[in-house]
Write a protein that binds this ligand. Structure first.
Ligand SMILES: CC(C)(COP(=O)(O)OP(=O)(O)OC[C@H]1O[C@@H](n2cnc3c(N)ncnc32)[C@H](O)[C@@H]1OP(=O)(O)O)[C@@H](O)C(=O)NCCC(=O)NCCS
Length: 226
């Protein structure tokens, strides 16, 4: 598990997360974010296979479930007994339900190239949890994880030019717009431009130094078990 101030980032577990993913992929508004190559319904088998593969890991960079950090002390993971299942409650539901997910991979190939050390990121929050600063909070953790913990050099993200909330959130934490692919995605009868943004490790170090020199509050990231 990883923690930020208000969130917990945990591994995915097909036992309790498949139904949430299935819901996302079969709801038009959310499926649009995941399926920019075109909408299509997704079977339980397909979703289950994807979540199982992602949960198993194997790639250097993970796909993680974004969850609210329990406000009740008693339900904090640190308070669980060794015999308690970390992910699934006895009734089969998720102990820490996902409010979104985060997908990290190497760029341009899924495996991080040791020379160029570049990653790409996908992030999704359920609508009820947008606009509360959770996205930037996750992104601050991503920077810490990639640049401080793993020693990567560059992080890239793509977004629709029309996705103003996303661009605002990315620019807030230091992403710089680098380019635009014109009319690259066809959605709902409209051609959309895709904007590419990136953060370099030196951008991050400079921002971090400014934060330490000034009195800006730092996002707290704690490494626990994973
Ligand atoms: C993109 C995303 C991760 C940003 O995280 P977030 O926690 O919402 O970010 P913030 O709370 O800092 O909001 C960023 C800005 O967008 C605005 N915003 C966020 N959600 C909004 C919504 N649903 N409707 C209107 N404005 C919204 C906020 O008011 C904020 O503007 P402000 O800084 O002027 O106040 C999140 O909104 C999200 O997951 N959206 C849905 C999926 C998506 O678009 N993913 C990105 C694909 S590239």
């Amino acid at each position: 598990m990883f923690y930020t101030k208000r969130l917990m980032l945990r591994n995915l577990d097909p036992r309790c997360d498949t139904s949430t993913w299935q819901h996302w992929l079969n709801t038009v508004s959310t499926a649009r974010v995941f399926r920019t190559e075109g909408l299509r319904p997704t079977s339980t088998e397909d979703v289950s296979a994807t979540v199982t593969k992602v949960a198993k890991g194997g790639d250097i960079l993970p796909c993680l479930a974004i969850c609210l950090l329990p406000s009740d002390e008693q339900t904090h993971p640190d308070k669980l007994l060794p015999s308690d299942d970390l992910f699934v409650k006895t009734d089969g539901s998720a102990r820490y339900p996902m409010i979104g997910c985060l997908n990290l991979r190497g760029s341009p190939t899924p495996t991080v190239n040791v020379t160029n050390r570049t990653a790409s990121l996908g992030i999704f929050l359920m609508e009820a949890y947008t606009g509360k600063g959770y996205g930037p909070e996750v992104l601050e953790w991503v920077f810490w994880y990639l640049f401080d913990a793993l020693g990567l050099h560059r992080l890239e993200i793509l977004t629709l030019a029309s996705n103003k909330p996303a661009r605002k959130a990315y620019e807030k934490v230091g992403f710089v717009e680098e380019g635009r692919a014109r009319k690259a995605i066809f959605q709902d009868g409209v051609w959309e431009d895709v904007v590419s943004l990136a953060v370099l490790e030196e951008d991050y170090w400079a921002r971090k130094k400014k934060k330490v020199d000034g009195d800006d509050e730092e996002i707290e990231c704690t490494y626990k078990t994973f």
